[in-house]
Design a protein around this ligand. Structure first.
Ligand SMILES: Nc1nc2c(c(=O)[nH]1)N[C@H]1C(S)=C(S)[C@@H](COP(=O)(O)O)O[C@H]1N2
Ligand SMILES: [Mo]
Length: 258
């Protein structure tokens, strides 16, 4: 191989990047089998990175009515004892409001009736809990994307935090309150809904009444039940344990994509 001196130095630096590997391999691919292996693994890495980005908007698999689980498991909080929540259930959620605030132009406070009047979506999907069980259910709810448009996200908003009514642990301890967070790609995903119906009936208490998040490209713990407030934030590092969710603060991954 005859190469000007300068090119070798440039190659050294470029080898650090996948693009560099491709260029380097272009003239060495037949000479060095190890280079071929490195090239192939770089190629796989690039494809994986590409898939991670482009597939974020792909739909989760949807099922047929016959696939719906007869006994969809309920998990985590199933009957919150928190006094405010108990009062809401006693009143049939008549005074319940969903608050959407934080980094938004027009904070919203919506009744269940108003939520039901929003652009909606119905989907039959499989819920996968990290504990190793799955159930298939039919969900109907308000699409989150149009709701965010209504509230008008401010430019600094990057995540949504879901504040829930239930405590997993001692009631009254602020660290017991369930919470979750997602980014705006998941928030605007077409299957991301605030579900108020499960299997054609009002969402029952064990599954998160009156509304629960369905964020179908994620594992079960991201699907916040008993949602009271959605807060648009720039960052969640200073909230609670700083990792963006009740289980995340206890070691689970923030990104639970499936
Ligand atoms: N508010 C709240 N949301 C929650 C939980 C919880 O305990 N509280 N548990 C999570 C977990 S781990 C799972 S698997 C699902 C369970 O939803 P399900 O009861 O409808 O099966 O809700 C998630 N969302
Ligand atoms: Mo779970």
């Amino acid at each position: 191989m005859t190469q000007p001196m300068g090119r070798r130095g440039w190659l050294k630096g470029a080898l650090a990047s996948a693009a560099g590997l491709v260029l380097a391999a272009c003239d060495r691919i037949n000479a060095d089998p190890r280079a071929t292996a490195v090239l192939q693994s770089a190629e796989r890495l690039t494809r994986r990175a590409q898939r991670l980005v482009s597939d974020r908007n792909a739909l989760a698999r949807e099922f047929a009515p016959a696939d719906i689980s007869r006994d969809f498991r309920a998990n985590g909080s199933i009957r919150p004892a928190d006094p405010d929540y108990v009062a809401h259930t006693a009143a049939g959620f008549a005074d319940w409001r969903l608050v959407i605030d934080g980094l938004v132009e027009r904070p919203l406070s919506l009744t269940l009736e108003e939520l039901r009047a929003q652009p909606a979506r119905t989907q039959i999907t499989r819920h996968d809990c990290v504990e190793g069980w799955s159930s298939i259910g039919k969900w109907t709810g308000a699409r989150l994307g149009p709701l965010l448009d209504r509230a008008g996200l401010k430019p600094g908003a990057r995540y949504l935090v879901f504040h829930c009514a239930d405590s997993l642990g001692p009631v009254g301890d602020p660290n017991s309150k369930y919470y979750e967070s997602i980014d705006l790609i998941d928030a605007r995903h077409p299957q991301t809904i605030l579900a108020y119906e499960m299997n054609d009936a009002p969402l029952p208490v064990p599954h998160g009444a009156p509304i629960r998040l369905r964020v179908e490209r994620h594992l079960g713990y991201k699907h916040a039940k008993y949602v009271m407030r959605i807060e648009a934030v720039e960052d969640f590092a200073h909230l609670r344990g700083g990792r963006g969710g009740f289980w995340e603060d206890r070691g689970y991954e923030w990104y639970a994509g499936i």
